[in-house]
Structures are given as structure tokens and as C-alpha cells.
Design a protein around this ligand. Sequence first.
Ligand SMILES: [Zn+2]
Length: 321
Amino acid sequence: MKLTPLIRKSLLSLCVLSHLGCSANSLTAASTAKPQMRSNTLASAEIRPVAPVVNVASPEIAATMPEFLSELRNQPAVIGGIASVALNSRSATSPKVLYEQRRVLVLREGQQWWAFVGIALSTKAGTHRLVDQDTGETYNFTVQAKNYPAQRITVKNQRHVNPNPEDLQRIQQETQQIQAALATPWRATEVSPLPLEKPVAGGFSSPFGLQRFFNGQPRKPHSGLDISAPQGAEIHAPTDGIVVNTGDYFFNGNTVFLDHGQSVVTMFCHLDQILVKEGQRVSKGQVIGLVGKTGRATGPHLHWSVSLNKSLVDPKLVLRE
Ligand SMILES: [Zn+2]
């Protein structure tokens, strides 16, 4: 394996999830085309509908912004990052705020509402817009470009670079399932789904956003964070959630998706064992699986992706170590 000097030092083992970037790139279009995915749609992707956590009669609970997220407001809105937008709404309950027709995370700090918007790596720099569905008020915000480092990887198995037609058919089906899991229907939460705790002990290997070249061929960027951990290490739920999907995927290997509410979904890949079932509620810290190297991985580690409003963002932005 040949790597750029920039990242060679920190890289112990990595996964090669180029297709996830591919999914991310198509997420925007998918979210525009199908802004209101329902559980019957998800059922076709073999994801069991789950019961709402909150009382149906009062679904718009106002979740308070944890102090941790104050830091996020100082971060620039870059591709692969999170835009923080102050809202003018004085609503007592959570305003319904849409970005590209998809509802976004909204938290309250005192009387002030803030929207936290996931910016996919495929997003173009420039002016973007939020809409408060209740008042019709719009908010422009600026997304800045960001140059992520390049990573050059040599893999022996050509199917992992250029999958055969059978592989492609499987990958296509799985991409739909992955998109459906990330687009799990909106679920109000009593507490903020962020920040997240580190799901497994270990150092970071491949960071989020790397531009990837496999055997010299450009592929989609690294849309998650790799954490080095030995085979069999326990993976913990980074906060309370509901298991929306589990499966064995061509690239990802054994995978678990957790819905943490307000369109925050996390994904855990290459597991040796999955220890939860679809529809199951999990508490922060609960063991959901064991680290492995299933799927397209060069060694045991956890590939962890974090999605806000169906946009994969840098997990480090919302990670409380
Ligand atoms: Zn990875």
C-alpha cells in the first residue's frame, strides 16, 4: 500500500469505503426527490418501522442545546461540516426548518433557536438557504470550500476498484438501503442527539474527507472517521438511539445504523459481530457490536459515519472525547 506522506504516519489500518462518498453524492438529489420518506418506503428496504419515542400528541419537544455545541457556532460552514444558523423564531416548540426539503436539527439556547445543518461533501460552495416551514422565513448561509488531503491506496483485489457486473448489482441495491437508513423519518427528541461519545477506544487512523485514489483511479472521498481498535473490541452506542438497519454489505461489511433522533444517524462498519437487532432501542454506552474487518477493510478498525439531515459530516465536529 502506498500512501501520501501526509497521512502515512497516522494510518494503521483503513477501510476503503469509496462507495459511501458515492452515496453521499447522490443523497442531495435523493432528498430533493423524496423529501418525505415514510416507513412504508423503508419497509421495502427491509427496515422495520419503529415506534416514536415521544408522545404523538406533543411531538415538538424543545431540546436544549448542550454547552458543547457552542463551539460549533464558531466553526466555519465548510463542505463536510455543519452550518449553525440563528433563527428568528420565538416559537415555544421546535421550529420546522428545512434544508433542501429535508428537516434539520434545531436546538434551543435560552429563548434562541439554532439550526445545525449537515453539509455533504458533494455540496457546492456558495449561498445556501434554510426555510422555516411555520413562518415561511428564509435564512441564507454561506458554505465554504475545503481542501481535504489526498490518499493513494493500492489494493490487490481489482473487484474492490472495479467491481464486476454482479457486484455492481449488489452495490446498487445496498446503496438504496443505506440511503433509506440515513433518511429515517424525522423523530423528535426530548434531549439533544448531540454531542456523541467516542464509540470505541482507540486512536484515529483515516480522517474524514480524504480524497481517494485506488490504484491511481479517483474514487469518492472518505465519508467517515476510522478508529483503530483490535478485533473483537466492544463498540458502544455514542448516545441513545434506535437501531434502524443492520446488514452485511459488499463494501461496509457487517454494519449497524442508529437513529438518534432529529435526523441524526450514525453508521458503524466492518463489524466482526452485530449484537443488536433492527427496531431495538439502545442506551448511550450500550454495546452494539464488535470491531472486525468484514467488507472492504485492510485490517480491524471501526469506520464510523455521522449523518445530519442525510448528509455525512466529519464525526469529530460532534465528538466529545
Ligand atoms: Zn473508513
